[in-house]
Design a protein around this ligand. Structure first.
Ligand code: GLA
Ligand code: ZN
Length: 679
């Protein structure tokens, strides 16, 4: 359950910043927001300077008025803590709170997400602000959740951070010898004899450029340290709130694939996951669905909160494309289909000035309820009211997992070689998209999660093998699971040190192959035939020998023609596939189809319909309240769905019998509850 126990429907609302407008606007806002069915507002996201106008003064007067106003109008509150941007006076009085950039440039006051996470002043003032807020609002019954800071991110390379890094390393490794060993500092004679010799890895020290490091081991630890530093900031505020409100439900808004923070570690300290969905034009529904599954996987047994999305445009895109009529509704329900228990926007009223003035909002510059966007928001609000608590708390029960891991991504991206053409998220998506197209539900999880509940596990580009992962994968396959491995798997340990003795290192026995070399070719394809069809191999070519595995397909050209590119190894009761190159969408489609059939993985719509129409996404969430299919027509054409069972459309409150056909308008969505068979 998102928020506290008083929540009885999918919360609908989002960021509301009335401080930006004249006071009179508030009453008009209330009228419109109620009309749109908005029942939750996120307040106080960027008010630090208003609440604490100077070091000694805390002033809640204006926020009190807003709280009273939304409360009088029957709305719930998601209370933010405002620490995503510090006040100007604080930067002037305590310049240490200003970050130092990757290129060594010390920042001045400006922007947001601009505080050094290791500044004592920032740590003190941010926790103090949260404590004062919680003390002040602890009796406010309609606060359903707390929202710490905003979209944590970026990094700092100042001297405070360098010092804190040394402390973090001491704690992690115990001794400098252990640090030197983990980082393999004999390379280029980088041995450290004093802790103070260690500096932050950036453009001034170990980096060629933003991505690649001369000492990937150092960079990897710095990324972990930076993620931990911000997590400490979050936890300090979390604890400050909990001190006053022991049962507060506390979160912060994550950003999907954002590379900077180890969200899977953060999830352990958040009461529920919240995230902001701002798809870019090139992202199709599968890629958005992947991010929902990834975010849900951060706390895999809980629904998540869609904290932000735009009702119409994201002004910061190079081209601010409108969501087409119906698209906002579709993508809101897509979040719910993947496990969201809220639908929230940035923001309620469109800014008059500053860099977000052209960002979409429920109430636009025109200030009326007659705009297309407002009408669409209102329609969705009415539907969500109709849905009530039906789907709240329900979950998918996938039998398939994809491993996606932030530490793995950092290690891959910090390395020089073997090819910049293989992006880790894209490699993972190659395997996700065909599952999405087949309406197979998937958990996207960190590599150390327990795998006991799955029949199929896909581990694309599992370059880093963290402690215990070899054993966990072996047990999974031993017990009858199917595992799919792809290029560059098993190369390094958690310190990005190559596991010598033949690739894929620790996974060699499991995969039953020895990869001797990797060839990377930018332009030239190789080809292979599998199951009678020819497919291309691109960018990277693992040159392997079968040990226990059998070869299923071979390269057709180059000096490694005839060596296996696709292998299968029977292991215990299960089996392991390995794909040594990047192929095309047709291959992943065909391959995943066969693998799923073999592993007994079925579409979650199998019981609902014989054949789901093309580009209709179907997911299933279940709870003691029933089984719900979410059917989403991602096409600008009408679609028909032929039913195998009787269902109720719980939005339109209409029942259909088995054998009937349901029509879907372009971008249409229906939520169908399975009718229990009459006993
Ligand atoms: C982010 C932030 C919001 C706002 C939106 C605009 O998600 O959290 O404050 O800036 O982007 O898209
Ligand atoms: Zn710093």
């Amino acid at each position: 359950m998102i928020g506290n126990s008083k929540v009885t429907k999918i919360l609908y609302g989002g960021d509301y910043n009335p401080e930006q407008w004249p006071e009179e606007t508030r009453e008009q806002d209330m009228k419109y927001l109620k009309e749109a069915g908005i029942d939750v507002v996120t307040l106080n996201v960027f008010n630090w300077a208003m609440i604490q106008p100077s070091e000694e003064i805390y002033d809640f007067l204006e926020l009190d008025e807003t709280v009273k106003c939304v409360t009088d109008n029957g709305m719930s509150i998601c209370m933010a803590t405002s620490t995503g941007a510090h006040p100007a006076w604080m930067a002037r009085r305590y310049p240490e709170i200003l970050r130092t950039e990757f290129n060594g440039m010390k920042r001045k006051f400006g922007g947001r997400h601009n505080s050094c996470p290791n500044s004592c002043a920032f740590r003190h003032f941010s926790a103090e602000l949260s404590s004062r807020l919680a003390e002040h609002y602890r009796g406010q019954k309609n606060i359903v959740a707390w929202h710490v800071s905003n979209e944590y991110g970026g990094a700092c390379y100042c001297e405070n951070c360098e010092n804190a890094f040394r402390v973090w390393l001491r704690k992690k490794y115990g001794s400098l010898e252990a640090v030197n060993k983990a980082w393999n500092t004999h390379f280029w004679g980088h041995t450290f004899y004093e802790w103070e010799e260690i500096v932050a890895p950036n453009l001034l020290s170990e980096h060629f450029e933003e991505r690649r490091s001369m000492f990937p081991g150092i960079t990897l630890d710095y990324k972990r340290f930076m993620s931990d530093s911000m997590l400490e900031n979050f936890r300090a505020e979390y604890n400050a709130i909990r001190k006053w409100i022991p049962d507060a439900q506390i979160t912060t808004n994550l950003m999907g694939l954002y590379p900077g923070l180890d969200y899977q570690k953060w999830g352990k300290y958040m009461d529920f996951v919240a995230w902001d969905n701002y798809p870019e034009a090139a992202e199709g529904p599968a890629d958005i669905a992947f991010k929902h599954d990834l975010m849900r996987g951060v706390k895999r047994d809980l629904p998540f909160c869609l904290m932000e999305q735009t009702p119409s445009v994201s002004n910061w895109l190079p081209s601010a494309t409108l969501k087409r009529p119906g698209e906002m509704r579709l993508i809101s329900y897509q979040a719910v289909a993947h496990g969201a228990d809220t639908v929230m926007f940035f923001q309620m009223r469109q800014s008059m000035a500053s860099c977000e003035k052209f960002h979409g909002a429920v109430i636009q510059h025109v200030g009326s309820d007659q705009s297309r966007v407002f009408r669409e928001c209102m329609q969705l609000g009415a539907e969500l009211r109709e849905l009530g608590d039906a789907t709240l708390g329900s979950m998918a029960k996938p039998k398939t997992a994809i491993l996606y891991d932030w530490n793995n991504r950092w290690a891959i991206e910090g390395s020089s070689g073997l090819s910049l053409d293989i992006e880790y998220p894209e490699e993972v998506l190659q395997y996700y998209r065909p599952l999405f197209a087949a309406n197979i539900d998937v958990d996207v999880i960190e590599m150390q999660e327990d795998l006991g509940r799955y029949q199929l596990v896909i581990a694309p580009e599992l370059y880093m093998v963290k402690p215990g992962v070899k054993e966990s994968l072996e047990k999974f396959v031993q017990d009858g699971g199917t595992l799919v491995l792809s290029l560059y798997c098993g190369i390094a340990n958690e310190n990005d040190q190559v596991v010598c003795g033949g690739y894929p290192g620790e996974l060699r026995g499991l995969a039953g192959i020895w990869t001797e070399e990797f060839d990377a070719l930018k332009e030239k394809e190789n080809r292979f035939v599998w199951n009678g069809t020819e497919y291309p191999g691109r960018y990277v070519f693992a040159i392997s020998h079968c040990e226990q595995a059998e070869g299923l397909a071979e390269y057709q050209s180059d000096f490694y023609a005839g060596t296996p590119v696709l292998t299968r190894n029977a292991y215990g009761k299960g089996q392991v596939y390995y794909i040594g190159t990047r192929s095309n969408a047709a291959f992943y489609h065909d391959f995943m189809k066969v693998i799923c059939e073999e592993a007994g993985i079925e579409s979650c719509a199998r019981e609902l319909t014989k054949e789901a129409p093309e580009r209709m996404e179907i997911t299933r969430r279940s709870s003691e309240k029933g089984d719900f299919w979410f059917c989403l027509n991602h096409k600008e054409e009408k679609k028909q769905l032929l039913l195998k069972v009787s269902v109720t459309d719980i939005v339109a409150r209409k029942t259909y019998a088995a054998g009937e056909t349901i029509s879907f308008a372009p971008y249409d969505v229906k939520i169908l509850r399975k009718q229990e068979a009459v006993k």
